[in-house]
Design a protein around this ligand. Structure first.
Ligand SMILES: [Zn+2]
Ligand SMILES: [Zn+2]
Length: 99
C-alpha cells in the first residue's frame, strides 16, 4: 500500500501540484460542514457507531474518513481516494479540472 501510494505520487506530481492549488481555491468556495478534527456525528440508534455525512449510514469510526475540503465524514462508498475528499467535493473538483 505504501509503495503503491509512493509510486502513484511520483507519477502524478505535476497533476498533484495543480490539485493543491485547486484545493486552495475550492476551500473558499465549498462550505465547511465540520471543522477539521471535529468528530463525526454519532448514530443515535447505536453506540460506537457514527454517521456518514453523505449517505447517513452508520459506521464504526474507523470506517469513516474526513474530507479535507468540506470536513464531512465519508464512508468508503462516499469517499474518493483519487482526490482524498468526499464524493461531493470530488464532483466539484472534476468540474474544475475539466475546464
Ligand atoms: Zn456514505
Ligand atoms: Zn467534501
Amino acid at each position: 500500500m505504501t509503495i503503491l501510494k509512493r509510486n502513484w505520487l511520483k507519477k502524478e506530481t505535476p497533476k498533484n501540484k495543480d490539485i493543491s492549488a485547486l484545493f486552495k481555491e475550492l476551500k473558499k468556495e465549498i462550505p465547511v460542514i465540520h471543522q477539521q478534527g471535529e468528530p463525526p456525528l454519532k448514530d443515535s440508534h447505536s453506540f460506537a457507531q457514527y454517521m456518514c455525512d453523505l449517505c447517513s449510514t452508520p459506521y464504526p469510526k474507523s470506517g469513516l474518513r474526513q474530507c479535507v475540503l468540506c470536513g464531512r465524514w465519508a464512508c468508503e462508498h462516499c469517499w474518493k481516494e483519487e482526490f482524498y475528499t468526499c464524493k461531493s467535493c470530488a464532483g466539484i473538483i472534476k468540474i474544475h479540472t475539466l475546464k
